[in-house]
Ligand binder design. Structure first.
Ligand code: BGC
Length: 717
């Protein structure tokens, strides 16, 4: 039921005023201030100046005072006193930057994901933001695509858990609460599967695969009560997502019951023309509004053409009203009609943003998000060693990663080490930062010989390599995932010193790191860990924190294996153990099928053993249990993972699917029994008629430390 005051405003609004509510612009158009226009082509918008001050929302304005000024400007001009919605890309923290989302997913710690979103919401809200364009729930299996950094990896279940936790963290129970933001799940749908990993490219998936694997996490966000959904740039079943009526009206609204606001992506309504799916601006407006896009971001096809479309009876005016009501209801849910500034407060902003408590949490989450990939008994570092430090990320403060409001303010690895009291024992070499491929810079100057000479008498050598953060995120696809030649050479040459080499990889995606792993005694995937990156890495290196991160995305041996992910379907000629040399099986001649490091993989300084694995039937399902024991002298956290495999079904099933995970913190020699309930629902899938069904039969139930190291029991259900 629409509230009477909203009905009343709607009645009094003219059609152009309604269309302005359906339009989102960057603040620079509102004549108040400079803008931080982040992305996309700023095309000729053909704006109607008298309508600009009536727009319903703005994109990427932040700062409490600026937000208050903007709100005042709009309220002074809007005769209905409809407050402005301020939306921004707060993707992994606001000023306190948390690890990139892919890294946060590697924490496998949903409380951590929720906590980071809650802090991002607090800082964003006090700075005047109402809506964040997060979480991104696009399933990703191709690290050539730059936006994998914003995703939660290759697994639908983990992806869904992360999306739901982030929605909870941003929104809390009530959007009116202080310190809450409305969340917008994106990019609906399947933007994470562009062909060839090339940005904005075609997505073409069968509907069964789309529904079962790719839609899962958006649905989880909707079930968690997400306030908005963003339509994607790509096509789905050959129809651009922003003009895709089946996707938005049938699946999202009818099947899933979503009642919130749908927003286009940046200019994506207009881009239906370039897709060849709309003839002109009017056609684009007609198709997208009919398909269910309520707010048009950064194009003005609604504003300029809907009136005429209604006159020509091509569009029903009720569609406009529906969209306006949803937008006004969102403003009401945020409490903006009573308090249009919500939490924006320049004084509180100074206290809340980057406060000590937020930095402490950021440091903890950063340490949980890094993944220890290799350790030949060189880590943790003993105190008092002479440390050599080299590589373009050794002293870099640009460790926040893409989609950060500010960059270049993170604690560097060098500074993190200094905090551990290692000042007089650190020698640095070849630390010049790596430029960006976006600027045509592909490598660092070769100073490997000098680095060799400078560091050869150190007790241990840390090498910090990676990719420039601006070469990750939107518009950052790559065809090669190797580190630059001089970075690989640096690791190789330093390995020749005979000293233990510990390599830290700073990247926004899984890279091809086989060559540097071979030349390193230990490897840490350091992602971009945010404001507290250097401190968190120093905590891990010195063992003040025991690594617990697990990979949310497979690391390929070579780019030629891509897409390589653990939950692929069975094939008719699988390459089973012992068949690696056979000719007519599904395999490569020159490299294994498996990735270098699989999903769920990650080491700890502790050692864990698994025993007494049992599966017993209970009710219409089963219970799996296993005893996990810390067999080491060091307290640590193990992530126990439950996978299932449907042995035969009416359609081919994945060889493994994650269905649960538990993090257990164990003291030295402590053990704990971990239980997982297995329900028919967990074993269900979309059959060829696209119905979610459970088929009785044989299942393999697997428990293990990662997707490859599992213990298996058979179950008939
Ligand atoms: C991106 C979205 C983002 C929007 C607004 C687009 O280019 O695809 O993820 O939220 O810009 O900045």
């Amino acid at each position: 039921m629409t509230k009477p005051f909203i009905e009343k405003i709607l009645k009094e609004m003219t059609l152009p005023e309604k269309l302005a509510q359906l339009t989102q612009l960057t603040p620079m158009y509102l004549g108040t201030d400079d803008s931080i226009d982040l992305t996309g082509p700023l095309n000729e918008l053909r704006l109607q100046p008298e309508m600009v001050c009536n727009v319903g929302s703005v994109l990427n304005n932040a700062g409490a005072q600026k937000s208050i000024d903007l709100q005042n400007y709009v309220l002074a001009h809007n005769r209905h006193k409809i407050p402005l919605l301020l939306m921004a890309d707060i993707i992994h923290g606001f000023k306190t930057v948390f690890p990139i989302p892919l890294a946060q997913a590697c924490s496998f710690d949903m409380d951590a994901c929720e906590a980071s979103a809650a802090i991002a919401a607090k800082e964003g809200a006090v700075s005047g933001v109402h809506v964040t364009f997060s979480p991104m729930a696009d399933l990703v299996r191709d690290p050539r695509w730059g936006r994998v950094m914003e995703a939660a990896g290759e697994d639908p279940y983990l992806n869904a858990c992360v999306a739901a936790s982030m929605v909870k963290g941003y929104q809390g129970k009530d959007l009116r609460e202080k310190g809450r933001l409305a969340a917008c799940v994106k990019h609906f749908a399947a933007y994470g599967a562009p062909e060839g990993g090339r940005e904005y490219n075609t997505v073409d998936l069968s509907e069964g695969v789309l529904r079962e694997f790719y839609l899962t996490a958006y649905k989880a966000a909707v079930d968690a009560g997400v306030a908005l959904v963003m339509a994607a740039f790509n096509t789905v079943e050959r129809v651009p997502a922003s003009a895709n009526r089946r996707l938005m009206r049938d699946v999202l609204r009818k099947e899933w019951g979503f009642q919130g606001v749908v927003i286009s992506d940046f200019n994506s309504v207009d881009e239906t023309i370039a897709h060849g799916a709309a003839a002109n601006h009017a056609d684009a407006a007609e198709k997208c509004l009919k398909a269910g896009v309520d707010i048009e971001m950064m194009s003005t096809d609604y504003m300029n053409h809907v009136e005429q479309l209604i006159e020509e009876k091509k569009l029903d005016a009720a569609l406009v009203d529906e969209a306006v009501i949803r937008i006004l209801e969102l403003k009401d849910a945020l409490g903006l009609f009573e308090n249009p500034y919500k939490d924006a407060d320049p004084v509180a902003e100074r206290e809340v943003v980057l406060c000590d408590a937020h930095l402490r949490t950021a440091r903890e989450i950063a340490a949980k998000s890094a993944v220890l990939l290799k350790n030949q008994a060189v880590l943790p570092l003993k105190k008092g060693l002479k440390i050599g430090l080299a590589g373009p990320f050794a002293c870099s403060h640009h460790l926040e990663g893409g989609w950060s409001i500010e960059s270049g303010k993170a604690v560097s690895l060098y500074d993190g080490l200094l905090q551990k009291g290692a000042a007089d024992r650190i020698v640095t070499a070849m630390t010049e930062e790596l430029g960006s491929m976006q600027d045509g810079i592909f490598d660092v100057p070769d100073q490997t010989q000098a680095a060799y000479e400078a560091l050869q008498d150190c007790d241990v050598i840390l090498v910090a390599v990676g990719e420039n953060p601006s070469d990750t995120g939107e518009g950052s696809s790559k065809s090669s995932l190797r580190l630059s030649a001089n970075q690989e050479k640096l690791v190789r040459v330093l390995h020749q010193t005979g000293k233990p080499v510990i390599t830290l990889v700073f990247s926004g995606r899984p890279m091809e790191i086989k060559p540097i792993c071979d030349d390193s005694d230990a490897v840490i995937q350091a992602w971009f860990l945010g404001t507290q990156a250097g401190n968190a890495l120093a905590d891990l290196l010195f063992g003040d924190v025991n690594p617990s991160g697990r990979l949310a995305m497979s690391f390929p041996y070579t780019v030629g294996q891509i897409p390589v992910y653990y939950n692929h379907l069975q094939t008719g000629r699988p390459c089973l153990p012992g068949k690696e040399q056979e000719r007519y099986v599904s395999r490569y001649l020159d490299c294994p099928n498996d990735p270098l490091f699989c999903f769920g993989y990650g080491l700890s300084y502790s050692a864990f053993s698994y025993h007494d694995f049992q599966v017993r039937k209970e009710g219409d399902g089963a219970v799996a249990s296993v005893v996990v024991e810390n067999t080491s002298e060091r307290a640590g956290t193990e992530t126990v993972q439950l996978y299932i495999h449907d042995v035969h079904a009416s359609v081919a099933r994945p060889v493994k699917e994650l269905k649960g995970f538990r993090q257990v913190a164990l003291e030295p020699h402590e053990k704990q029994t971990v239980h997982f309930a297995i329900t028919p629902e967990m074993l269900s899938f979309y059959n060829s008629d696209l119905h979610m069904t459970f088929e009785h039969g044989d299942f393999e139930i697997m428990i293990g430390r990662n997707a490859n190291e599992v213990w298996t029991e058979r179950l008939y259900l």
